[in-house]
Write a protein that binds this ligand. Sequence first.
Ligand code: HEM
Length: 223
Amino acid sequence: MAIGLVGLSGWYRRSLPAWLPWASLGALFLILVQGLLGGLTVIELLRFDIVTAHLGTALLFFCTLLVMGTALMPYQPTGNTGKLPWIGLAAALLVYSQSIIGGLVGSRWAAHLCFGTADLCSVMNAHIAGVVPPTLTVLYLVVSVWRTPALSQWLRSLANAAGLLVLLQIALGVATFKLRLQVEPLTVCHQLIGATLLGCLVGFTVLALRDLRAQPIPVPTAP
Ligand code: HEM
């Protein structure tokens, strides 16, 4: 599919934005890296740094496609976002970093080792403490969106969804931890909701940046 995307965006490049073929090539490159890391994961018998890089690349690929999609979709900007794109970007970067630390917890078996022999508790604790910056930033984003008038419905919905998802993600993380990773669907949901949260924030950031580039809609004045 990624090769097809590169082919199609190259073929139709005259009627497409100039960045699209390059972005498609970037996505294809990430898939190749992902394949290479997948092979190394097997050869190196689940070496933790390779497993974590595999997760990091998968999330980057996901974000690349989301950026391409949200940059292309029809959207009516209101030109009223102010600093919201930068708050969204900071939240997305913090959630990405927290996901990488989570990947380290999983790939190093840090939670199991910490419960069993009190080893690698520092990695587990880093993931628990690491929840604070993304959570505060997402909540700040939600409040800032509520306080900003005349925003597009897309931005409001994505910010509200991010607020709910971060709370759900924390609840899932705590449940996974308290139940000592014995309930597998919970662990899978923790991964799924983490990626969905990241996706919401990436979508928000791209749309808010498109808004930033638009002129504000003039407020009608009385004659
Ligand atoms: C914004 C908040 C959070 C995000 C984005 C996040 C993200 C992630 C991700 C992506 C993983 C890797 C999953 C995998 O590779 O299988 C992970 C693992 C983990 N997370 Fe979180 N997490 C968050 C909060 C929490 C919290 C509050 C806890 C509770 C103490 C927690 C506990 C865990 C545990 C125990 C694992 C290891 C699962 C395993 O060993 O397979 N997380 N997290």
